[in-house]
Every structure is written in structure tokens, then in C-alpha cells.
Ligand binder design. Sequence first.
Ligand code: GAR
Length: 206
Amino acid sequence: MENCTFYLFLCTKTEENMKNIAIFASGSGTNAENIVRYFSKSETINVVVVLSNNRNAGVHARVNKWGVPSFTFSGEEFADGKAVLDKLAEYDTDLIVLAGFMSKISGSLLDAYPDKIINIHPALLPKYGGKGMYGRHVHEAVVAAGEQETGITIHYINEHYDEGTVIFQAKCLVMPSDTPEMVAAKVHVLEYIHYPKVIENLLAVL
Ligand code: GAR
């Protein structure tokens, strides 16, 4: 009897119960793939589509092999917003997750998805943020400054680079002998552990 009740519960899950994530990514896409993997067995959260501004980005192959479709839009299309918004609507997007996305988010996207666009930055903002501070540039600056710690910041997107409200931060140590590559590896570990969980917690209250 208990089994029957459980079965009925599963059957009543509809697409309306699902929360749909669109990931924006420009590069290798290890975070994007990690998020896709994390939610691949979820009953309530689905990564429905990946959008990129780089047709040669590694992220396409990484997510396509999980059955997630990906599309490329030009820098102009991202700046204009219309075609990107149409694609997001087509996939019934609830939350936009930036994972190594290196293009500016247009005002029209911000208006259409208020407090529903989040980013991960590979440092402890407000340190090492702003224009030009992305990927390895961040880790090079951290090492050059002799920092003893760095980490990740997950934050909402607003109209200024890396200035939206902070949702979550986690730290790791930087040793005097660490190279930027070694720091990047430590930061990636933090990203893989925390980004999917923070997304899950946000979607639970959306
Ligand atoms: C990640 O470390 C992410 O934090 C960073 O780009 C990397 C992408 O790696 N994002 C930024 O620098 C944004 N300012 P991935 O393509 O392997 O996920």
C-alpha cells in the first residue's frame, strides 16, 4: 500500500513542478557540466539549455553528451537581448546561471529576469572583480599580490560587473609557493562543491 502511495506521488509530478535552468558559458564548461551532472537525476530541477557567445567553446560538447542542447549567439545578439530572450522563453527558463560567461548581460535580460540571474566569480569579491578580471587573470592577480587566501563568490547580476548582491562565499588558502594554475585548481574544487547546492537552495524558494 505504501508503495502505491509513493507511485501515485511520482505520477502527479508534472512539468509545472519542474524548475528550469539555462546556463550561459563561454569556455571549457567544467562548471556547466558539473551542474548538469548534479541535477541529472533531480525530480524537480532541470538544466534545459546552454547559451554561449562562443561556438568553439568546450561547453557545447560537455553538455550535449548529457542530452542538453546548446546554442551560440553573437555578442551583438547578447547585447540586444531579443533573440536570447526568445530562446529562454522557448525553454521556459526560471533561473539563468552564468558559469564562465564572458559577455555583458543586457538591460533587457536583467528586466525580464529580476533577481533570477546569478554568477560565480573565482575570487572573494569585491576583491579582484570588475572588467578584465576573469578566469586566469584573477588568479594571476591574487598570486602577484601575495594574498594568503582567495575563494569564490556567488552573486546576483546587476548592471555593473561583479557588483550584484553576494549570495555565498567560500575561501581557500593560497600558499607562497602556489602558482596561478594551482590557485585555479583549488578554486575550481570550491566551485564544483558549492555552486550546484547554492542553485538548489535558491530554486527551493523561487
Ligand atoms: C570559472 O572559474 C569561473 O568562476 C570563472 O571562469 C571559470 C570558468 O571555468 N568566471 C569568471 O571569471 C567570471 N568573471 P569553466 O569553463 O571550466 O567552468
